[in-house]
Ligand binder design. Structure first.
Ligand code: SER
Length: 610
C-alpha cells in the first residue's frame, strides 16, 4: 500500500523543495473565539500568511487534522467526512504559482510519487471577476506541465464539457476561490486538480445536461487544491493585496487513498470507507450487525464509521459531550452514530468497541489517541449508554405522532436527549419538515441555550484578529504568570479561550481561590499594565525555549523551532501570538468569575475595560 502521508512529507521536505515539517495543530483552536474546530490547514497559520515570520521559515509541509460539520448530513456518500486529514504544503511569501503547480503535477504523476496517469488529470482555474483577474498565469503553468508530459492541454469551457484537448477549465469564485474562512483575512484564487475515474455515472436529470469536471457526478474527483493567497479581505469587504504572496495547498488524504487503492484493485470503487483507513471499523460493524457493507447499509455504516472516528479525535483534543458549542457537536456525532447503529440492527452497546479500533488504527500518527485512550473510550461508552437508554423510548414516542412539530421536537430533546437535528432528520426521512424556529421558540421559553450563537461561531471561520482579542491574549499571559506568583509554580495552563468580550483561562490548582488571592492577582496585573512593559518575541529551538524558562502548554505538541513571547522579564511563553507591543494598551484588568473546571482545575473569566 502506498503511504500517501509519508510520500507527501518526503516529497516536500527533500531537495529542491526543502520544506520543513510542522506537526498538526489540535482540532480545537487556541485563543480563537470565532470557530469551534480547525476546518483547514490554513487556520493555525493565519498570522504567518499575514506576514509574521514563522520559526521554521517560509516553506512548510503538514498533515493537519480538520473537522467540518456543516455537511454532517451529507456524510454517507463517497466523499463527505466530518473529521479528515489534510495534506498541505505552504509558501509563506516564498515561491508562488509556478513552483506550486509544477510540484503538484510532479507529486501526482511522478513514478516515484503517486504515479497517477497524467492523461487522467484535469484542472480548474479562477475565471476572474471584479475583485481579481482571470488566472491566466496558472493556466500557462499547467499547460507547460502537461506539455512536459507530452500532453497538449487547452483551455476549455465547463458548458462544453471535456472535449478535444480541453483540460483546464475556468470557474467563478463559488468554485475557485478560497478563504477567508471567516469575515476577513487572507484569501485568493485557487486551482484544483481532478482525477478522471472514467466511470460513466453522469445522470443528466440529477447532475445537469453536461458532464464537466466540477459537476459532482463523481466521474471527476477533486484531489488537490492549490490556493494562491495574495489578498486580504477587509471588514469593509474590499480585497487588498497582501504584502506577501502565499501558497496554501490542501489534499484530502481519504480521497487520494481511495483513488490509489482503487487503482491497485484493492477496493471495488474509489470508496474511502473500503480502504485501510476505515476497513477495520467497517468489518467490525459488519460483525456487530450481521449485515454486509452493501446496499443501503453502506450509508449507515459510513455514517457510524465517520462519526466514531471524529468523536474519538475530538475527545482526544479535550472536548467532552455537552449542551453547547463543541460539546454539543460531539454529543450530536455520538448520538447520531448510535441511532444509525440501531438502524443497522445493533441493539447492544457497540461504540466503545469501535472507538478502540479507531485508537488502534490511528495511534501511530496521533499519539494523543493512545495517551487519552481511556478517556476516549469511557466517554463514548458513557454517552452511548446514556442515550441508548432513551433512544428507543424516544423513537416510540415519536412514532405516536403523524406530524412532528417544534413542541414535539423540544420534548424529545428535553425528555429523551434527541438533538434537534436528529428529530429534524427523522422528520425529513418521513418527508416532513419541522421549522427550526418553532423548536427554538420552545427552547427559549425554557430559558436554555440558544444554538444560534454556536452555529454562527461554527460557520464563522477565521478569527478577525481584532485588537480586543489581541489585548486579551496578552492579558492571558500576564494572568498565567501572576497566578504562578500568587498561588505557586504548580499553576499551568490547561485551556484558554478568548472572545472579544472576555478571556477564559483554565489552570491546574487544587482549590478555590480566596477573595484575597483574587484581589492580589488583579492588583499585580494592573501594576504590570501601568508599568507599560514591552512585549518582545524571539525564535528559539524548543529546547532553548525550555532552558530559558518559557512556559509551554503541557499537552501541546510543538515544532522544533518555536516563537517565544516575553512580557519584559515578567513572563515568558511559547506562543504563536499575536500580542500588543506594550502592556499599557490593556486598560484595567478585572476577574469576573472563578470556578471549578474539572478535577484539580480552576477556571477564571476576566475582562479588560477602558
Ligand atoms: N485551504 C484550502 C482547502 O481547504 C487548501 O488547503 O481546500
Amino acid at each position: 500500500m502506498i503511504n500517501v502521508k509519508q510520500k507527501f512529507i518526503e516529497f516536500f521536505t527533500t531537495h529542491p523543495r526543502n520544506h520543513r515539517e510542522i506537526p498538526s495543530s489540535p482540532l480545537v483552536p487556541e485563543n480563537d473565539p470565532t470557530v469551534l474546530f480547525i476546518t483547514a490547514g490554513m487556520h493555525p497559520l493565519v498570522p504567518y500568511l499575514l506576514g509574521e515570520p514563522h520559526p521554521l521559515g517560509k516553506r512548510l509541509v503538514d498533515v493537519q487534522k480538520s473537522m467540518r460539520t456543516d455537511d454532517i448530513e451529507e456524510v454517507g456518500d463517497l466523499s463527505h467526512f466530518t473529521f479528515f486529514e489534510m495534506l498541505g504544503n505552504w509558501s509563506l511569501g516564498d515561491y508562488f504559482k509556478k513552483e506550486a503547480i509544477f510540484w503538484s503535477f510532479e507529486f501526482l504523476t511522478g513514478k516515484k510519487w503517486l504515479g497517477l496517469d497524467p492523461k487522467r488529470i484535469y484542472i480548474s482555474v479562477f475565471e476572474g471577476d471584479g475583485n481579481a483577474p482571470m488566472d491566466n498565469e496558472s493556466t500557462l503553468y499547467w499547460k507547460d506541465a502537461f506539455a512536459a508530459a507530452g500532453i497538449t492541454a487547452e483551455l476549455g469551457h465547463p458548458k462544453q464539457g471535456v472535449i478535444g484537448n480541453a483540460r483546464i477549465f475556468p470557474y467563478p469564485k463559488t468554485k475557485n476561490w478560497w478563504g477567508p474562512a471567516g469575515q476577513t483575512g487572507p484569501c485568493g484564487p485557487d486551482s484544483e486538480m481532478f482525477y478522471d475515474t472514467g466511470l460513466q455515472v453522469h445522470d443528466t436529470k440529477v447532475h445537469g445536461p453536461i458532464c464537466h469536471i466540477n459537476c459532482n457526478c463523481g466521474r471527476y474527483l477533486e484531489v488537490w487544491n492549490d490556493v494562491f493567497m495574495q489578498y486580504n479581505k477587509k471588514t469593509d469587504g474590499a480585497f487588498e493585496k497582501l504584502a506577501q504572496q502565499n501558497v496554501d495547498t490542501g489534499m484530502g488524504h481519504e480521497r487520494v487513498t481511495a483513488i490509489l487503492e482503487w487503482l491497485e484493485g484493492k477496493v471495488s470503487e474509489p470508496d474511502p470507507f473500503q480502504t485501510g483507513l476505515f476497513k477495520n471499523i467497517i468489518s467490525s460493524l459488519e460483525s456487530l450487525s450481521g449485515k454486509k457493507y452493501d446496499g443501503m447499509y453502506k450509508r449507515y455504516m459510513r455514517i457510524v464509521a465517520d462519526h466514531v472516528r471524529s468523536a474519538s479525535f475530538v475527545i482526544s483534543d479535550g472536548v467532552m459531550p455537552g449542551n453547547k458549542e463543541r460539546g454539543y457537536i460531539l454529543r450530536r456525532l455520538i448520538r447520531r452514530a448510535v441511532r444509525f447503529g440501531r438502524l443497522l440492527g445493533i441493539n447492544g452497546l457497540f461504540m466503545k468497541t469501535l472507538s478502540e479500533i479507531v485508537i488502534k488504527d490511528y495511534q501511530t500518527d496521533y499519539m494523543e489517541l493512545n495517551k487519552n485512550s481511556k478517556v476516549i473510550t469511557d466517554t463514548i461508552g458513557m454517552e452511548e449508554k446514556k442515550f441508548g437508554n432513551t433512544l428507543g423510548r424516544g423513537l416510540k414516542e415519536l412514532d405516536k405522532y403523524q406530524v412532528l412539530t417544534g413542541k414535539i421536537a423540544f420534548d424529545l430533546y428535553q425528555s429523551f436527549g434527541f438533538p434537534w437535528e436528529m428529530t429534524a432528520e427523522i422528520a425529513r426521512e418521513r418527508t416532513q419538515k419541522i421549522e427550526k424556529k418553532l423548536f427554538e421558540e420552545e427552547f427559549k421559553k425554557h430559558q436554555e441555550l440558544s444554538r444560534t450563537a454556536a452555529k454562527g461561531t461554527f460557520k464563522g471561520g477565521l478569527q478577525d484578529q481584532s485588537e480586543k482579542t489581541t489585548k486579551l491574549h496578552t492579558a492571558t499571559h500576564l494572568l498565567q504568570q501572576t497566578l504562578r506568583v500568587v498561588l505557586g509554580k504548580h499553576v499551568r495552563q490547561k485551556g484558554s479561550h478568548i472572545t472579544a468580550e472576555r478571556l477564559r483561562f483554565d489552570f491546574s490548582h487544587p482549590r478555590k481561590l480566596t477573595d484575597e488571592e483574587i484581589d492580589k492577582v488583579e492588583q499585580i496585573i494592573n501594576e504590570k499594565i501601568k508599568d507599560n512593559l514591552p512585549i518582545t518575541t524571539e525564535i528559539l529551538t524548543l529546547d532553548e525555549a525550555l532552558v530559558k524558562g518559557a512556559l509551554t502548554v503541557p499537552e501541546a505538541r510543538y515544532p522544533e523551532k518555536v516563537k517565544v513571547y516575553s512580557v519584559d522579564n515578567f513572563s515568558k511563553e511559547v506562543c504563536g501570538g499575536p500580542h500588543v507591543g506594550f502592556t499599557g494598551k490593556l486598560g484595567t484588568f478585572k476577574i469576573i468569575k472563578e470556578e471549578a473546571a474539572g478535577n484539580q482545575i480552576r477556571r477564571i473569566y476576566a475582562s479588560l475595560t477602558g
